[in-house]
Structure formats: structure tokens, C-alpha cells
Design a protein around this ligand. Structure first.
Ligand SMILES: [Fe+2]
Length: 307
């Protein structure tokens, strides 16, 4: 059986009209600018490539996706892509990330970056009980929130069925849960990992829906929301808990209408996980918010993937 799979979502790129404002927004979110890099690269606490690359452009748009692969799989991925009539090339925008570059059949640039290690093991997720005897927990909480890692990204696609097949068959992503006509969640790698690192949403256009970054606890989500409000980025949605992957969340809107999410406590999957299809998008709390999930979350469609 063919086991060639990308490991996880390593990063993504956004074009924005004001790079300085983007740096202020994502710095307030808790990412840190890598001053050694040519482009603006923002990173979490995790080692490895910077998760977010910000590039100057006329309008906000998704610039690229980056998936982590094992070094020994580089040649095999190049060969696999050739069977889809796709060549890996030097991208026209320069070497902003190491590894292989290609365009998917709809024009989205994709990077496959070799990494040595798996995503960091998040020790805090395994601490289920805190000792609370003779303590003021509130005095001990970390208030300067810096995300641990990038978790996932969801994008709109105007060619949903074929896109899903491409990302599954060419990159080895696996559908972990799906709501036909609304969303597919996909995971990479092997062993125990997050329920999803990538998602596709059918739409009339391509577009960046949201990127999501892991923090340790519900308190970190709360302090994260607070530090964004204090920095002037007050438009948000949450606190809530998703259905499907069960993660706690809070979304903040960036200056161009995209959303970025703090998340924690997501379901994990193993090789034993069975993909499921759901009839309608399940929802738990807070209440269903059509202005958010409909108009707001769909306000980021792009005219064309290649413009
Ligand atoms: Fe999310």
C-alpha cells in the first residue's frame, strides 16, 4: 500500500496590502517576526520553518500552502506529482521556503518542506488535572500568549470534488470527517495527531477561510482574546467549542476580513480512525451564528487563484 503522505501543515503565505499592519496584527496575536528573513516571516514557539509568510500585494489573498514532508520522501513526491502532470519548479517569487514548489491544478502554489522532526509534543495537553489545593491559580496563569504551533488552515475551492481528490491522491492527506457539500477535514502523517491540519470548503471561488494556532488551555484562549482587544483588534467570535473535532476556539478578524483562530483541546486520531460523513454541520456552543459562518466567513473569496 502506498504510504507516501505529507506529515502536517507547516505553514502558509498571505499577500496583504500593508505588511507593517500585518506584522502588528500577528505580533499582537502572539507570533514573532523572524528578522533574519528576507520576507516577513512570523513564527510560533515551534522549531522549524516559520509558519506564516507575509508578502506585499494589492489585496489580501492566500499566497501559498506549505506541507511538511520527510527528507527521504522528496524524490518520491516529485515523481508522484509527475503522474498528475505537475512539475516541481523554482517559484517566480523567490526562495521564501526550502523544499519543493509546484502549483496545484487550480493555480495555488504549494510548498513541500522537508523536516526532521514531527510537530512538538504538547505536554500541556496531557495534563488533565491541576492540583488546586492551597493555591491561587489565577495568579499563576501565563498572560503573554504565544501559540505553540500552527494547527490547520481551511480554504475555499471552486472545484471541490477534484480538489479533494487531488489533495488526497497527490499529497496523501486523509479525510477524517466530512459534511458533504459543506466541508472536508483532512489529516496528514502517521501515529497520533490532530484530527485535521487542512480543510476544503466548496464555494464559487478560491479563498483563505482561516488559519488556526494551538495554545495550551482555555485560559490561553481567553488571554489571547484579551491581548488582541487591547491591541485594538476587537472583532472576534467565540469562545466556543466546535463539533467534529471538539476543539475550543476563539476567532479574531484580521484587518482585511480574514480570520485567525486560537484553539486547544482538539480530538486526536490514530490509524484506527474511521472517516465519517455527517448529514449537516453539527454544532454545539455558542448558538449557531449565521452572520459569522455565512457572510463573515465567506467574505474572503478571491477572483482567481492565479491573479
Ligand atoms: Fe479552525
Amino acid at each position: 500500500m502506498d504510504q507516501l503522505r505529507v506529515e502536517y501543515l507547516a505553514g502558509y503565505g498571505l499577500e496583504v496590502p500593508d505588511v507593517t499592519l500585518a506584522e502588528a496584527f500577528y505580533t499582537a496575536f502572539g507570533l514573532q517576526a523572524d528578522t533574519a528573513a528576507a520576507a516577513l516571516q512570523m513564527r510560533t514557539k515551534a522549531p522549524g520553518p516559520a509558519e506564516l509568510v507575509i508578502i506585499q500585494g494589492p489585496k489580501k489573498r492566500l499566497h501559498h500552502l506549505s506541507f511538511a514532508i520527510r527528507q527521504q520522501d522528496m524524490a518520491a513526491f516529485s515523481e508522484r506529482l509527475k503522474t498528475f502532470r505537475i512539475d516541481t519548479v523554482a517559484p517566480p517569487f523567490g526562495p521564501i521556503r526550502d523544499g519543493l514548489w509546484f502549483q496545484d491544478p487550480w493555480g495555488t502554489w504549494v510548498n513541500l518542506v522537508p523536516v526532521e522532526a514531527k510537530p512538538p509534543v504538547l505536554v500541556a495537553e496531557t495534563v488533565l488535572v491541576r492540583t488546586r489545593v492551597d493555591r491561587h491559580l489565577w495568579q499563576e496563569l501565563e498572560r503573554d500568549i504565544r501559540p505553540n504551533k500552527l494547527g490547520h488552515l481551511l480554504m475555499f475551492t471552486h472545484d471541490y470534488d477534484k480538489s479533494e481528490a487531488f489533495y488526497v491522491n497527490a499529497l496523501g492527506l486523509r479525510i477524517t470527517d466530512k459534511v458533504p457539500g459543506k466541508v472536508a477535514f483532512l489529516s496528514g502523517g502517521k501515529g497520533i495527531r490532530d484530527h485535521h491540519c487542512f480543510g476544503l470548503i466548496p464555494s464559487t471561488h478560491r479563498g483563505f477561510q482561516h488559519g488556526s494556532f494551538h495554545v495550551d488551555s482555555v485560559d490561553d484562549i481567553g488571554f489571547g482574546a484579551l491581548q488582541m482587544r487591547k491591541a485594538g483588534f476587537k472583532d472576534g467570535f467565540g469562545l466556543g467549542r466546535h463539533a467534529i473535532a471538539s476543539n475550543l476556539f476563539y476567532y479574531v478578524r484580521d484587518p482585511w476580513g480574514s480570520w485567525v483562530e486560537y484553539y486547544t483541546d482538539m480530538d486526536k486520531i490514530s490509524e484506527a480512525w474511521q472517516s465519517r460523513e455527517w448529514n449537516g454541520l453539527p454544532y454545539i456552543w455558542p448558538d449557531w451564528a449565521p452572520e459569522f459562518w455565512g457572510k463573515e466567513m465567506n467574505a474572503n473569496l478571491e477572483a482567481s487563484p492565479s491573479t
